[in-house]
Design a protein around this ligand. Structure first.
Ligand code: ASP
Length: 438
């Protein structure tokens, strides 16, 4: 039987009107059995997310300030939803307990997690579905990393007992029973974990956009939507700054090959984007799937004659980077040159030391650091089977008068990464987009 796990983001549950849309969506398909809500998000652009209200209220409490007013605002958000939906539900006991916990230093994660916890209780009541506290089924290890094995064992056994359930997103529990959250936007991860444990046929992630666009609409005018994207392509694009789905949300479902469908709560009939392990054969579209990018990288370039014959050169060079606790993004290299691309802010306060350590490790002829570099990733599964993609990317960029500082193509031919100056970023993105999309 078909099982769909449906996750609703903060804007999909921001007020009673949105709750009504969500209920309609869930009841329109009996396969939609397990529901993962976020905390109420913004109702308009000037509004504040409940999660942010909780963080700041908790900080006030930690500083010993009076939180009565700030806490009442949170209480009002929920009570507004409850009364507008006409629910016979009071969360006053919960509110009082949470407020008490805030004053007694219950922890920042506990504070933030109450956003989805309370929203989950309301949604469960509204749908008349059982509520499963995420703290009892989602676990973290002592070191704070997610405990996938224990979670999957407990959660799959638990879900088997239910036809339907609401499981709040974003948090779980530590071995000592305290609450821990994922990073921001982490309800996407919970949805994926639940989909895996339920052995779902589909993970629907409902948000306020109709899927992924081929590029950031703030940079490219009216970019095309993406109908299919593979997990690997998505990983490349989200790593390079494309948002919509939390980057860690792919892992749990990917193990099981469960597709993710990004859908729009406000336009439920739009197809949205399907994230899959393999795109269907008849899927036609541009050679590239998407373009994403980020600014503010630095390129450390080392030159040394006959470097190619020096065994262990690369290792020693990377050890010097590692020693400074810097993670690198890319390693474009030539015969006698090697470059390491790192985030500019990773070098803050360490620049001299890094240079010193590299000199000690590999004794280069020349070493330089160039800041202010933007990376643009052109991602596409079809690139591997089509000729001339790289040439097209490079000629589009140079025709736009932009100088390419560095090039890196993964051997899987899933992406081409180009480094340009920060100020050329938008021009390069537009030039590439126009070259591939008519
Ligand atoms: N409410 C949390 C946040 O704002 C988690 C989420 O919405 O996914 O980050």
């Amino acid at each position: 039987m078909e099982i769909k796990v449906v996750k609703f983001g903060g804007s999909s549950l921001a007020d009673a009107e949105q709750f009504k849309k969500v209920k309609e969506i869930i009841f329109a398909d009996p396969a939609r059995r397990f529901v993962v809500p976020s905390a109420p998000g913004k109702r308009c652009s000037s509004d504040t997310k409940v999660t942010d209200m909780l963080y700041s209220c908790y900080e006030m409490a930690s500083r010993g300030e009076n939180i009565d007013e700030a806490f009442d605002k949170i209480r009002d958000r929920y009570n507004g939803i409850i009364s507008e939906l006409g629910l016979d539900l009071s969360l006053e006991t919960e509110f009082d307990a949470i407020k008490y916990a805030f004053r007694h230093k219950s922890g920042r994660d506990f504070a933030a997690s109450r956003g989805e916890y309370l929203n989950g209780i309301i949604l469960a009541k509204y749908l008349d579905f059982p509520f499963i506290d995420a703290a009892s089924v989602i676990f973290f290890k002592q070191d704070g990393t997610f405990d996938a094995d224990r979670t999957n064992t407990v959660l799959s056994v638990t879900l088997e007992k239910y036809n339907h359930a609401v499981i709040p997103g974003f948090y779980g529990s530590m071995p000592n029973d305290t609450i821990k959250t994922f990073s921001r936007g982490g309800s996407d991860i919970t949805g994926s974990i639940v989909a895996r444990a339920a052995n779902a046929t589909l993970y629907e992630n409902w948000t306020d956009v109709s899927g992924f666009l081929m590029a950031d609409p703030r940079i490219i005018d009216n970019p095309q939507p993406i109908s299919y994207i593979t997990y690997r392509e998505l990983r490349e694009l989200s790593y390079m700054g494309a948002t919509v789905l939390h980057e860690d949300a792919v892992f749990p479902v990917r193990i099981m090959g469960i597709p993710i469908n990004i859908k729009n709560t406000n336009k439920p009939d739009d197809r949205g984007t399907m994230i899959v392990s393999e795109a269907p054969e008849n899927d036609e579209g541009p050679v590239i799937t998407g373009i994403a990018g980020k600014k503010n990288f630095s390129i450390i370039t080392i030159e040394k004659d006959m470097m190619n014959q020096e065994i262990g050169f690369g290792r020693r060079m990377l050890e010097a980077i590692e020693k400074n606790r810097i993670s690198f993004e890319h390693l474009p290299s030539g015969i006698d040159t090697m470059s390491v691309v790192v985030a500019e802010n990773a070098l803050v306060g360490k620049r001299e030391q890094v240079i010193l350590d590299i000199c000690k490790a590999v004794d280069p002829d020349h070493i330089s650091i160039q800041d202010g570099i933007a990376l643009v990733a052109v991602v596409g599964r079809r690139m591997v089977s089509s000729y001339g993609t790289a040439a097209k990317v490079f000629s589009a960029i140079s025709a736009a008068g932009v100088n390419i500082r560095t090039i890196d193509q993964g051997s899987s031919e899933l992406n081409i990464i180009v480094g340009v100056k920060n100020e050329d970023f938008e021009t390069a993105m537009n030039a590439i987009y126009k070259a591939f999309v008519k």
